[in-house]
Design a protein around this ligand. Structure first.
Ligand SMILES: Cc1ncc(COP(=O)(O)O)c(C=O)c1O
Length: 388
């Protein structure tokens, strides 16, 4: 099998015999000739679904899906118009009244909110567990229908032993969904360890330029075809221009991620030594309790471009650091070309119950930093100036 970057660049398989073009075009069409042949059969994409209407299929979107399925070592993949569209379509397709879901406490706030709504409206039972394979496994029982976990958690970068968790879920007959957004398929393919579905906010590392929303679900081919029907019902398909930008972005995933990881490690080491910093969360630090799990699971000795750190003092101290930054921008996303900083307590973790936040280490002084592609020296100088 070709390497990761070769598949990122060529995995769409597009080639136009008439013109010789091998860059997938943006198919800005909602309609297709139908029926397209004398037999009355419409044209199909390679997964066998018909090209009939833009809410169902689009060739540019399909090209991206081929790349993402290959990068995730999965049978097939579906692209959605945001990470939340991917996750909500998947959860709606899988959950039934009365089902039990076990979810890691440290999970993106809107996913937690979606599950709360499912609990109150559809009688789904939601069990929240400490984000570790052991604690989640302890809560999984014969009644558990689904387990949802981020392979690397947001914002304190805990690495979950997906291998151990997948084994446990398989034994218990529970479906395991892994949000692999932070790790990216470069470091981890959860399906190889037995996860049933992998989801990403492609808005982050996969598209990588802070300019396009998207999401993907990858998994076994038959399961993805069933999910496709839900994407059609809910109308959550990614749009062709977004698919084009994401196809363009994913080609440089490995190059970007390697550089961002290298810079992030240098920044984490700089912050660890700074007198105003109480604590740094980064799985690449030798002192991190999560480094051994990362080194066991990750395909490369890289640990991503996101880290979080606690400023001594409280909210005002953290805010004053953010206000002094010039290169790093205050904004609640990650994985793109621009370095971004955010206060999780005001953004992604705002919806977590206060006692859970405290236990997880998400307090008022915690800042999450996503390293972009600026020069390492400029990022460190910016932080140094802001910390004073
Ligand atoms: C880990 C994770 N999963 C999913 C999402 C949702 O993705 P999107 O913003 O593309 O809807 C986010 C958003 O920040 C996220 O951080």
């Amino acid at each position: 099998m070709p390497g990761f970057s070769t598949r990122s660049v060529h995995g769409h398989g597009y080639f136009d015999r008439e013109t010789g073009a091998f860059i997938p075009p943006i198919y800005l069409t909602v309609v297709y000739e139908h029926p397209a042949t004398e037999t009355g059969e419409p044209r199909t994409v390679d997964r066998g679904t018909a090209l009939i209407y833009g809410r169902e299929e689009n060739p540019t979107v399909r090209a991206l899906e081929r790349v993402l399925a290959s990068l995730e070592s999965a049978g097939d993949a579906l692209a959605f118009n945001s990470g939340m569209a991917a996750i909500s379509t998947l959860l709606l397709s899988l959950l039934r009244r009365g089902d039990e879901v076990v979810v890691a406490m440290e999970t993106y706030g809107k996913v937690a909110r979606l599950l709360e709504e499912a609990a109150s409206r559809f009688g789904v039972r939601v069990v929240r567990a400490w984000p570790s394979a052991e604690s989640i496994a302890e809560r999984v029982s014969g009644d558990t229908r689904l387990v949802f976990v981020e392979s690397v958690t947001n914002p304190t970068l805990k690495v979950i032993d997906v291998e151990a968790l997948a084994r446990h879920c398989r034994d218990a007959g529970a479906t395991l969904v892994v949000d692999n957004t932070f790790a990216t398929p470069l470091l981890l393919n959860p399906t190889e360890y037995g996860a049933d579905y992998v989801v990403h906010s492609t808005t982050k590392y996969i598209a990588g330029h802070n300019d396009v929303l998207g999401g993907v679900v990858a998994g076994e081919a038959g399961a993805i075809t069933s999910l496709w029907e839900w994407r059609v019902i809910l109308g959550t398909i990614m749009q062709p221009f977004e698919a084009y930008l994401t196809l363009r972005g994913v080609k440089t995933l490995e190059a970007r991620f390697e550089r961002q990881s290298r810079t992030a490690l240098a920044v984490a080491e700089f912050l660890s030594d700074h007198p105003r910093v109480e604590e740094v969360h980064y799985p690449g630090l030798d002192s991190s309790p999560y480094k051994p799990i990362a080194d066991k699971l990750f395909k490369k000795p890289l640990y991503g471009g996101v880290l979080s750190f606690k400023i001594k003092g409280g909210l005002q101290d953290a805010l004053s650091v953010v206000r002094k930054l010039r290169v790093i921008k205050p904004s609640p996303s990650f994985g793109g070309t621009e370095s971004l900083i955010t206060l999780p307590i005001l953004t992604s973790a705002a919806m977590l119950p206060a006692e859970e936040r405290k236990a997880l280490g998400i307090d008022e002084g915690l800042l999450r930093l996503s390293i972009g592609l600026e020069d390492q020296d400029d990022i460190i100088e910016d932080l140094s100036n802001a910390l004073g």
